[in-house]
Ligand binder design. Structure first.
Ligand code: SAM
Length: 141
């Protein structure tokens, strides 16, 4: 399992921002792009049991780490990670359907990727210059 110190440090403040985007207790489906180690995925899912969390990644090592965190924590509301490359059109994203998520989260990716990774229709909430959360309300996606 990958252990990212930054993810450990920022997981709680980011969780607090995510909470603000959700109706308390209401069921929701969240897609996380570029999940990295999986530390965020399981932390958010454990804190938000009403949310079904769909992690994703591009790197095989990260995909393995996410699955390892799911197994180690036995968290039940995290799906197995999808292989998603944000530089590619969303139509290639593992067969995901439009308007099928209540929340899309992307943390600490845009500063290391090419600009086309962020060319999506989003409402952009900037947490700080290296940490961003995208929220796409169903009616806009
Ligand atoms: C700095 S890490 C952040 C990981 C995690 N979100 C976090 O905050 O701990 C950036 C991640 O973006 C992923 N990534 C890079 N290019 C990507 C792409 N084109 N599509 C999806 N993920 C990508 C990398 O594999 C890496 O895990």
């Amino acid at each position: 399992m990958i252990v990212a110190p930054a993810a450990e440090r920022n997981k709680e403040p980011i969780l607090n921002v995510i909470r603000q985007q959700l109706s308390p207790g209401a069921p929701a489906l969240a897609l996380e792009l570029a999940s990295g180690s999986g530390q965020h995925s399981v932390h958010f899912a454990q804190a938000l049991p009403n949310v079904l969390w769909q992690p994703s990644e591009l790197e095989p090592r990260a995909l393995e780490s996410i699955s390892a965190y799911i197994a180690a924590t036995r968290v039940e509301n995290v799906k197995q990670p999808l292989n998603i490359d944000c530089s590619q059109s969303w139509e290639t994203w593992g067969g995901l359907k439009p308007s099928s998520f209540d929340l899309i989260v992307n943390i600490n990716m845009i500063h290391i990727t090419e600009i086309k990774c962020t060319e999506v229709r989003v409402l952009f909430i900037c947490v700080n210059s290296f940490c961003s959360i995208y929220v796409i309300p169903k009616e806009q996606s």
